[in-house]
Design a protein around this ligand. Structure first.
Ligand SMILES: Cc1cc2nc3c(=O)[nH]c(=O)nc-3n(C[C@H](O)[C@H](O)[C@H](O)COP(=O)(O)OP(=O)(O)OC[C@H]3O[C@@H](n4cnc5c(N)ncnc54)[C@H](O)[C@@H]3O)c2cc1C
Length: 453
């Protein structure tokens, strides 16, 4: 029995689902629009948790100024005042020998603004730097979509004479935090996208963060959605979806409730979607998204008795390499709570949490020597096994567009084809793109698969 007739249903309340609902409402949709989220709050991977009286973000979530759609979405839902973007790129890297390298934008015009930092970068030899220039120029001149999707960035760098040292010390320290993968696991086209969008784009490559907890995104989006007539149902896990007939869908929730709807928009990760869709639908998708490979991120939170860090963040290049963040730098007790974000953790995932805390504490006592003079009061290790998809060679063939082979059924999520790696920008882009398709479909003008990305 169908409990409630709906006009449109969105499954999943992460950035993609929220952006989709905001986009559909902003487009003047007049039907009954409901978002179903399995959890008790909105935000998905961009959310926070309560830990012993503190609010901890699920990952520190950096943006670059070139995240156009993500930043527009934040403004739309009223978070403009919370966006903090650096006036220029200025990132510090440290290793365990005490060397410090800066990647800092100079007054030179783009793309030369990083040239002084590049030549001063202490972790690779001058000879290696000279050898890196030619591959960069050829990479920028190639047609990324055509030539770069099937080959790994690492393989291509080697073919142009790059050494293992430069791949490890330079490229991996750029690619691991941005793409959550090393050069050998990244397609040439995605690697070059990072070079273009982050390193060579003086304006767009500026780093930033929200200066409030991530959980505010879901809360502010919910306010916007409810104010504009949309609905949200929390604690509503979708168990399965049935396509009753062309353009009619039945959504079955875990508590047995059913909803019938004309328009269905899935904004859950691909591995979840493949569980709720009927098996027979697979042969109709030209992009087998269930084969996408996902990678983890680990966040190690350390709470010290005394302050151990004064700067906001820096990249650490040895051992449990990653980004070290000074949480609450501008709040009470700055420098006492630090967090190491370990992207692409590999074998570190296998280590027992207590052992990992000891290792991180030991590793970081070299760049942050005050760690040796104080005691650790508490720690927390957060493992997120499916943090992002891997932008491997050929992964493009697995990422579907936001429309599907089934009329009235649309897809969103950072893993769909947006031309961007699996990021907040990709999630919001996919949501807005799916919203546009829904509006076109409702108005009787449905575009084809090819007309999208
Ligand atoms: C630790 C970490 C650090 C990160 N750092 C960065 C960063 O610095 N910069 C950056 O740009 N990106 C970063 N990312 C990636 C970014 O968080 C994601 O790309 C983005 O949030 C994905 O949004 P989404 O809406 O596509 O998916 P999700 O956020 O996964 O949302 C999917 C939603 O669907 C819900 N759902 C799933 N199954 C069902 C079901 N059956 N029924 C109902 N609801 C369901 C889930 O509960 C969830 O709320 C990071 C990710 C992690 C994990």
């Amino acid at each position: 029995m169908v409990d409630e007739p709906e006009s449109a249903v969105i499954i999943g309340g992460g950035l993609a689902g929220l952006a989709a609902e905001v986009g559909i409402l902003a487009g003047g949709f007049k039907g009954k629009l409901t978002l179903l989220e399995k959890g008790p709050s909105l935000g998905g991977r961009t959310n926070s948790l309560d830990y012993r009286g503190r609010t901890l973000d699920l990952g520190q979530h950096m943006h670059v100024a070139g995240f156009d759609y993500y930043l527009t979405f934040l403004k739309e839902i009223g978070l403009e005042g919370k966006i903090q973007t650096e006036p220029k790129l200025n990132v510090e890297f440290r290793d365990d020998s005490g060397k410090v390298g800066k990647v800092k934008s100079s007054p030179l015009p783009p793309p030369f603004h990083l040239a002084p930092s590049f030549f001063g970068f202490p972790f690779i030899s001058p000879g290696q730097k000279i050898k890196l220039i030619r591959p960069l120029l050829t990479g920028l001149l190639m047609d990324r979509k055509k030539d770069g999707a099937d080959r790994s960035f690492g393989d291509w760098l080697r073919s142009k004479g790059a050494s293992e040292e430069s791949i490890e010390k330079l490229w991996n320290s750029i690619l691991v935090p941005t793409l959550n993968a090393v050069a050998d696991d990244v397609s040439l086209s995605m690697g070059m996208m990072i070079v273009e969008r982050v390193l060579l784009d003086k304006e767009g490559g500026r780093l930033g963060r929200l200066n409030c907890s991530l959980s505010r995104i879901g809360k502010k989006a919910a306010e916007y959605i409810r104010y504009h007539g949309g609905r949200i149902k929390l604690n509503s896990r979708v168990q399965s979806v049935k396509i009753i007939e062309e353009g009619r869908h039945l959504v079955v929730l875990a508590d047995g409730t059913t909803l019938e709807t004309d328009v269905l928009l899935s904004a859950v990760p691909g591995h979840e979607l493949s569980k709720i869709l009927p098996e027979w639908t697979r042969e109709h998708f030209s992009h087998p998204f269930w084969k996408l490979d996902w990678n983890s991120i680990i966040n190690v939170h350390l709470f010290f008795k005394e302050s151990v860090m004064s700067e906001e963040y820096f990249g650490y290049l040895n051992g449990s390499a990653g980004w070290v963040f000074n949480i609450n730098r501008n709040g009470d007790d700055p420098g006492k709570h630090i967090c190491l974000t370990i992207s692409n953790p590999g074998s570190l995932e296998e280590i027992d949490p207590k052992e990992l805390v000891d290792k991180v504490r030991e590793d970081l006592s070299s760049p942050l020597p005050r760690i040796r003079q104080t005691s650790l009061e508490d720690s927390l290790v957060l493992y997120q096994p499916r943090a992002t998809i891997r932008a491997t060679p050929k992964s493009h063939d697995l990422r579907p567009p936001q429309n599907s082979p089934f009329p009235g059924f649309f897809l969103a999520g950072d893993w769909t084809d947006t031309g961007w790696p699996s990021t907040m920008e990709s999630a919001v882009r996919s949501g807005y793109s799916a919203a546009r398709l829904v509006l076109e479909y409702v108005l009787g003008n449905s575009p084809t698969e090819d007309s999208l990305t």
